[in-house]
Ligand binder design. Structure first.
Ligand code: ADP
Length: 272
């Protein structure tokens, strides 16, 4: 699996007087197995960007290649793309609606037209991956805790067996316990399946511990795209000997100016 984002820009409400350019010449390559943290404060373009990756929003200019195929080509199979690039929206629990959890998770694969046995197999597999207690499978999703509901919603997308799982602010509105529960379960399913994960967050601290790549969006621009180590480690090490390198200081200042509370000491940096 590979996604090449080739210089995309996107403007909302073109020609209305309410025009808003939400993405500006974004270029990047998303590779198989990446675990990406997409960071940026509210309004920086994160949601707009991820909706391009599964074709929900069409770039105003530029294009995207999925496994080498131009997704805007008239012969391109958008339905395939939507099943391969799974998107878990913000507050996904609002989209739970079936009478029991198992039925809810079956909904997506059932809609793909798969045989009943395959649908159920996928639902069990997905619920196991998010670590939900088996005793809960046939209960109403509405009786669950916030963190549990969200794991059911993630299972619903995983049941489509996507190559890429994108989660938009998966910890929004959860208490610290729910937040850890979700992040740990994402880390766990990532380790078990090797699936490519894009974790969208406005909190650097939330994602830096988990991901192997950080993309920083600021005002529609992909400002940084690097390993957490490169973004933080240089600064921390050089600062300790009183020599914060100018280049790294610029990065930290950029991040602070973009509204991030950056606490370099809170970031764990793995050894090379
Ligand atoms: P983020 O996910 O980082 O909060 P968004 O992608 O939602 O950012 O928004 C990027 C910019 O596009 C913001 O200025 C936002 O106000 C604007 N925007 C988002 N959705 C719409 C829309 N449906 N119509 C007009 N402007 C929008």
């Amino acid at each position: 699996m590979s996604i090449i984002v080739d210089n995309i820009s996107y403007t909302y409400e073109i020609g209305t007087g309410f025009e808003k350019q939400a993405l500006k010449n974004v270029k990047c390559v998303i590779n198989d197995g990446d675990f990406i943290g997409l960071i940026g404060h509210t309004g920086s373009g994160k949601s707009t960007f991820i909706q391009h990756l599964n074709g929900l929003v069409k770039a105003t200019s530029g294009t995207i290649y999925f496994n080498g195929m131009d997704i805007y080509d008239k012969d391109f199979d958008m339905k395939m793309l939507r099943s391969k690039v799974g998107l878990v929206f913000q507050y996904p629990e609002h989209q739970l609606f079936e009478t029991d959890i198992f039925k809810d998770v079956c909904f997506g694969p059932k809609n793909l037209g798969l045989p009943k046995m395959e649908v159920e197999l996928r639902a069990f597999e997905a619920l196991r991956l998010v670590g939900l207690d088996e005793n809960l499978y046939y209960q109403s999703p509405f009786d669950l805790s916030g963190g549990q509901k969200r794991r059911v919603a993630i299972a619903g997308v995983l049941a489509m067996r996507p190559d890429v799982l994108i989660l938009d602010e998966p910890t929004a509105g959860l208490d610290p316990k729910g937040r850890d529960e979700i992040l740990d379960s994402i880390k766990d399913l990532k380790e078990k399946t090797g699936i490519t994960v894009i974790l969208v967050s406005h909190s650097m601290e939330d994602v830096a511990k988990y991901v192997n790549r950080i993309m920083v969006m600021n005002d529609g621009v992909l400002m940084y795209d690097d390993t957490p180590k490169h973004i933080f480690a240089g600064y921390r090490e050089l600062e300790q000997i009183g020599l914060a390198a100018p280049q790294v200081t610029y990065i930290m200042n950029d991040l602070k100016n973009a509204g991030f509370a950056v606490d370099v000491n809170a970031i764990t940096v793995e050894e090379a």
